[in-house]
Every structure is written in structure tokens, then in C-alpha cells.
Design a protein around this ligand. Structure first.
Ligand code: RP5
Length: 167
């Protein structure tokens, strides 16, 4: 049984993007908890969440935030669990501020980052981190990739038939 995933969001306004993360975690059969907690508005709570996550049985943390997105980095400062940051699009800089805030961590405190609004990939990466200790999750991930490959094959067939109509 894989360890649980802790999903932290800077605001509930991040939910429309993060819904894809929750769906993917569920599709991959992972159990998770989610909470709104802000590095800026509730810094003590963010630190406490990070400090206690490992003892609560979480194996990886996904942290999503927009604007000056310090949440993933602050959480990573207080735990040795792997932290995956999701930069959320929004504001005057359209998520580039969040992306740079999450990616540009100093040596010693890494945060893995997915694309702007890359919520589903955060879930897949979390699953891949946990799969090393869970053979059944490993198999589910392999099936997921096989399905991706099958979808590409189907797309190619569609392209070939459109091309043959043109000729
Ligand atoms: C960030 O600021 C949140 O993660 C959210 O993406 C953004 C705006 O938050 P709200 O003002 O909608 O609460 O901290």
C-alpha cells in the first residue's frame, strides 16, 4: 500500500486547476488529503503542516500556488519529504512569477516543479515517487503509459485516414 499524498493549495481559488490533480490521484488509486494553507497568510500553519507530514504517513507533498508562490519552498524547508510544486496561472504575469518562484530554489532545498497549471503531472510524478515501494502502483503506472501509447497510435490512424482522403 503506497503512502498517502498531501496536497496543499495556497487558496481555494486554485481548485479549478487542481481538480485535475485530484482526479489523477484517484485514477491511480492513491489516497490523499488536501488543505488550503498559505505561506504568506498562515506561515505558522504551513510550517506545522510540513513538520508533521512525515509522521502522519504522507510520502510526498504536492504544493500549488500562484503569484509569488513561496508555498512549495517553505514546505520543503521544513521536511525531507519530496515536494512537488504546481505553479498556478494568474495575475499580471500569468503564472510565470509562480513558475520562477517555485523552480529557483537555493541549493539544499529542492522542489520538483511541473508546468504552469500542470496539476495532472504533479499527481503522476507523486505516484512515480511512491511506486518504488508499491508494486501494484507500479503496474498501474505502466498501464497508464501503455494507454497513452495506444491513444497516440489511434491518433496516427486518424491522421493517416484523413491524408488518404486528401490524396
Ligand atoms: C496564491 O495567491 C494562491 O495560491 C492563489 O493562486 C493566489 C490568489 O489567492 P486568492 O487571493 O484567490 O486567495 O497565494
Amino acid at each position: 500500500m503506497a503512502k498517502r499524498v498531501l496536497v496543499v493549495m495556497g487558496s481555494d481559488s486554485d481548485f479549478p486547476v487542481m481538480e485535475a490533480c485530484f482526479r489523477m490521484l484517484q485514477d491511480l488509486g492513491l489516497s490523499y488529503e488536501a488543505i488550503v494553507c498559505s505561506a504568506h497568510r498562515t506561515p505558522d500553519a504551513a510550517a506545522e503542516l510540513a513538520k508533521t507530514a512525515q509522521d502522519k504517513g504522507f510520502g510526498v507533498i504536492i504544493a500549488a500556488a500562484g503569484l509569488a508562490a513561496h508555498l512549495p519552498g517553505v514546505i520543503a524547508a521544513y521536511t525531507v519529504l519530496p515536494v512537488i510544486g504546481v505553479p498556478i496561472r494568474g495575475g499580471a504575469l500569468n503564472g510565470q512569477d509562480a513558475l520562477y518562484s517555485i523552480v529557483q530554489m537555493p541549493v539544499g532545498i529542492p522542489v520538483a516543479a511541473v508546468a504552469i497549471d500542470g496539476a495532472a503531472n504533479a499527481a503522476i510524478l507523486a505516484a512515480q515517487i511512491l511506486a518504488g515501494a508499491d508494486e501494484s502502483l507500479n503496474e498501474r503506472l505502466k498501464n497508464y503509459k501503455e494507454n497513452l501509447a495506444a491513444a497516440v497510435a489511434a491518433r496516427n490512424e486518424r491522421l493517416q485516414s484523413k491524408l488518404s482522403e486528401l490524396r
